[in-house]
Write a protein that binds this ligand. Structure first.
Ligand SMILES: [Zn+2]
Ligand SMILES: [Zn+2]
Length: 742
């Protein structure tokens, strides 16, 4: 109940604030820009000074007698993308003091922006006649307008239908059903091309918006690395050349990577990374191309439906306590409030009893009507992609009545509940033709015969061993997995459901739990697994949607945001190679931590190794830090790992980057000092350094007022007590298993 209210409240909030959405574009609310100052105009050899050496550098380069590395942007005074005698001349004027380099700057990170070699100031935007500010293409136009203006200083005019200018940036909005190319692009596909100097953009529902983001990233050098701050590569000239032709049709139909729940991240994280998953109800608007996924309720919905069905609805004309007539929404709410609550962590409906099915199905309809009564749903219910959540509660205590048990023996619990979902798939058609049903499964057992209805989306919740890659057969019996399931069991089940979905036209989505929800001083030592698991799921299991469970805003001391960013990139570009994945990671680390990024990349490699050597299986969202790392490895390699971070720390060049490095050092120290407490401190082998590091770590936690745990259960201790293992001092215990680590 609580949750439904929260969902509706969030939606209302956005509806109320929708009027100001475009105003936000103008005032840049909560978005700052970080410019990459990697070159200074005139400093051609990049030595930090502008002098005769730079002049000689250009001369020898022009004469073809130098093969030294030259910073072209720094030499490109006339911003034509190449080195020429004019550049050489201008540099000389600057060195002689006749001119200042400032005279060749316009204060914009992108000095000159061209399309097919034409200055962008000569262009106009063209939207189809009849486009309103509720349309996705309009949002796409606003995005380009905003970034062009802010990064290049050009404010381009907008026309509808056609423009009087020689060249245009034209949005072509296609119908996803009636246009042949629209069908090919689907809901998410995009194309942009430069033909005869014109930039043409094609999309159906979301493609225009995604194309705008592609152009902003690829050509304006923007990287959306955080909800609040956007990174920009500075450049002298950027051009979208004549003949450019880019078509992207993503393989995944559902993409969702939670980073934060702030609406601030809508345009700087969520849509910037081409997400479309409906778990952000707040963004479920037509302007964003609408979303896909369970548009009402939650991944777990049965407890709400039971409560709704067992409640009584006040008749029409009923009054509120203050004498005002109850709205339809209030009457549904009263119905829900008067129903029988069920505990979502211990209760499931029977999967075969007609009464339970009816309660679930009618509860689903009524919850939907409640949303629609607020005028919410009709704005985003769309045939073919909208889906109702019809899903078990958040536990594995499935029904064991005689009839359910009989079916379960043959079809497993997964098949048992999918049969129930299938019924809803058929029945919903009489109410909402074209609607789909979204059902999660936790059970890993593989059915003998059950097939999903074509309009079912099965969301497989991957509570697997996270130390080992899904299909690499590294798990072993008794490895400490949850309920002793090895990944081999998931692999069999996933392949079954993948095949079954392919047979009927249903879809299989996967829910990833890559995150350490609770122990906020600790990362999970398995970042590369994200790449290999995703590849396996898509290539070998036919998974078409991924929900990446990132963490909330506060959890940013180590690499949680990096993971959400990496998965966002991979979900959009599923053909990415592992080398490309690593290059993207390095770029992110550069943006986030600064010039010492390579050391952090190396550090992540060692952290992964510390996980690999822990010798067990583990589950990110259940296990504790001591279960996920080899203390031996951390102890033996502490000097090396800390030295890497120290090098990056020394190179950190902004207050934010210095802070992030200090957070990372605290996290590094916390695990290593936990591993070394006995050796260095108790046994007296390195007491002085141990005490120094422990004290430094503790003081930083206090200084930053660090949130060490997801709840108030553990907080930074009031005193720094070096006699106690830090793991024990802060978390009480570092393991859920007996006799592993303190
Ligand atoms: Zn039953
Ligand atoms: Zn394992």
């Amino acid at each position: 109940m609580k949750r439904i209210c929260a969902v509706l409240m969030a939606t209302v909030f956005v509806l109320c604030s929708a009027l100001s959405v475009y105003a936000e574009f103008e005032i840049w609310l909560e978005q700052s820009f970080l410019y990459d100052e990697t070159f200074t105009l005139g400093d051609v050899n990049g030595d930090g000074a502008i002098n005769a050496v730079d002049s000689m550098f250009i001369k020898t380069k022009l004469a073809g007698i130098s093969n030294q590395e030259l910073v072209l942007d720094a030499a490109d005074f006339d911003a034509d993308g190449r080195l020429s005698a004019i550049d050489s001349y201008n540099l000389k004027l600057c060195i002689a003091g006749v001119k200042a380099t400032d005279e060749f700057e316009n204060g914009k990170p992108i000095y000159r922006f061209t399309i097919a070699g034409n200055d962008v100031s000569e262009y106009a935007f063209v939207l189809p006649e009849g486009t309103t500010d509720e349309d996705n293409a309009y949002l796409a136009y606003r995005l380009l307008f905003k970034y062009f203006r802010y990064l290049t200083g050009n404010e381009l005019p907008l026309y509808y239908g056609s423009a009087p200018t020689e060249n245009t940036i034209t949005f072509n909005v296609l119908d996803v059903e009636s246009d042949e190319y629209g069908r090919e692009l689907g809901y998410d596909g995009l194309k942009y091309e430069v033909v005869d100097g014109d930039l043409n953009i094609y999309g159906t529902w979301r493609g225009s918006m995604y194309a705008a983001y592609e152009i902003i990233e690829q050509y304006l050098g923007v990287r959306f690395y955080s909800d609040y701050e956007t990174f920009v590569y500075k450049s002298r000239l950027t051009d979208i050349p004549e003949g450019t032709s880019v078509e992207i049709i993503p393989q995944l139909t559902y993409r969702f990577a939670k980073q934060t729940y702030s609406t601030n991240g809508a345009l700087t994280h969520y849509f910037a990374h081409k997400h479309n998953g409906a778990h952000f109800y707040a963004f479920n608007e037509k302007r964003y191309g609408t979303l896909t996924g369970d548009i009402y309720g939650n991944a777990h919905s049965f407890m709400y439906y039971w409560q709704m069905s067992t409640g009584t609805m006040p008749p029409e004309g009923s009054l509120n306590p203050d004498g005002t007539p109850m709205t339809l929404y209030q009457r549904y709410q009263a119905k829900m409030d008067s129903g029988e609550p069920k505990d979502q962590f211990s209760w499931q409906p029977c999967a075969t009893a007609q009464r339970d099915y009816d309660y679930m199905f009618n509860g689903m309809l009524d919850c939907g009507r409640m949303a629609m009564s607020m005028g919410l749903w009709d704005t985003y219910f769309e045939e073919g992609i909208s889906m109702f959540s019809f899903s078990i509660c958040d536990n594995s205590k499935f029904c064991s009545c005689r009839k359910c048990s009989q079916i379960q023996k043959k079809e497993g619990y997964s098949g048992l509940y999918v049969q129930m979902y299938n019924k809803a798939c058929v029945d919903i058609q009489s109410y909402y033709p074209g609607a789909r049903i979204y059902g999660i499964i936790y059970a890993k057992d593989t059915p003998a015969t059950v097939l999903p209805e074509p309009n079912l989306v099965i969301q497989y919740c991957g509570v697997t061993c996270h130390n080992h890659i899904l299909n690499q057969e590294q798990c072993f019996e008794g490895g400490g997995q949850l309920n002793d399931y090895t990944n081999d069991i998931d692999v069999v089940s996933l392949k079954y459901w993948g095949d079954a979905c392919r047979k009927t036209g249903a879809e299989l989505w996967y829910w990833v739990y890559p995150v350490n929800y609770h122990y906020l001083l600790v990362d999970t030592p398995n970042i590369p697994n994200l790449y290999f698991n995703t590849k396996f799921l898509i290539d070998e299991c036919g998974v078409t949607g991924i929900a990446h469970e990132g963490n909330y805003e506060g959890n940013g001391y180590s690499f949680e945001h990096l993971k959400a960013y990496m998965m966002s990139r991979l979900m959009w570009d599923t053909d990415m190679t592992y080398d490309e994945w690593n290059e993207i990671m390095k770029e992110y680390l550069y943006i986030y931590y600064g010039p010492g990024y390579k050391y952090i990349f190396e550090y992540i490699g060692m952290q992964t190794e510390a996980g690999d050597q822990c010798g067990t299986c583990f589950v990110n969202n259940f296990d504790r830090p001591g279960d996920m790392f080899s203390y031996d490895y951390l102890g033996e390699n502490y000097d090396t790992m800390r030295a890497l971070l120290e090098k990056a720390y020394e190179l950190a060049d902004t207050p934010e980057r210095i802070m992030r490095m200090e957070h990372l050092l605290v996290c590094c120290d916390f695990m290593a000092l936990s591993a070394l407490h006995t050796d260095w401190y108790v046994n007296g082998n390195n007491v002085e350094l141990y005490t120094e590091r422990y004290t430094w770590m503790y003081n930083k936690m206090v200084e930053y007022d660090m949130t060490v745990f997801s709840s108030e259960m553990y907080t930074v201790p009031t005193t720094c007590d070096v006699t106690v293992n830090p793991m024990t001092q802060i978390y009480g215990t570092g393991s859920r298993r007996p006799n592993i680590y303190p």
